[in-house]
Design a protein around this ligand. Sequence first.
Ligand SMILES: Nc1ncnc2c1ncn2[C@@H]1O[C@H](COP(=O)(O)OP(=O)(O)O)[C@@H](O)[C@H]1O
Ligand SMILES: [Mg+2]
Length: 211
Amino acid sequence: MDLLAQGAEAKLFRDKDKVIKERIAKGYRHHDIDLGLRRFRTRREAKVLQKLDDMQFPAPKFHDFCDKRMTITMDFVEGPVLRDVLSSKAQVPQDEYQELAQRVGKQIGQLHMNDIIHGDLTTSNMILEGHMNKTNSTLKFIDFGLSKFSDKAEDKAVDLHLLDRALESTHSDLYPQIFKDALEAYKKANPNAAKVLERLSKVQKRGRHKK
Ligand SMILES: Nc1ncnc2c1ncn2[C@@H]1O[C@H](COP(=O)(O)OP(=O)(O)O)[C@@H](O)[C@H]1O
Ligand SMILES: [Mg+2]
């Protein structure tokens, strides 16, 4: 088994066509709180991945989880994370940025229509599978440990706000157009988008006052 990635919360191992995500203990957290948090996030990610399988939403296929070892087993997704695709100007012609942004917005719209809040919408949490075969590529969302089920416009607006902030800091050269393109596609995909967008402008004002 090879170490695939080590994030702040988890180690990811690759075992042939599978990925094992193991949430690691955080020494700075109280032992019981740390256990509880890791167990909660492991179970939550497993539950959301199962629901996404049922919906046929593009995400890694779920296999199993263990809340003693704090692991989730899912399919390995072959391809670069969207952050790297959008950062490598040489590889992606200008007009493809827009198409990718539209896919991001459309897919978030599908999640929200099903009352799934991602909780950590960044371009590192999206993998462009089959990148080389452009007509057939699939944008798979990953990292559902901070997800929740909610029908509240507020929660959906905050989800979009986090994406907005992530795009601004990670893809400043494509911002704000990239977020506008994503929002346009979100509106088309989610019939309840109006309420969420109304809320989003309130969330954004709130964010500005905090600065
Ligand atoms: N199913 C997968 N297939 C391929 N790579 C993956 C998969 N899941 C995660 N990764 C890689 O591991 C990284 C970290 O995984 P992620 O679930 O986002 O954990 P973290 O909470 O540490 O951000 C991702 O950015 C991606 O590069
Ligand atoms: Mg991540």
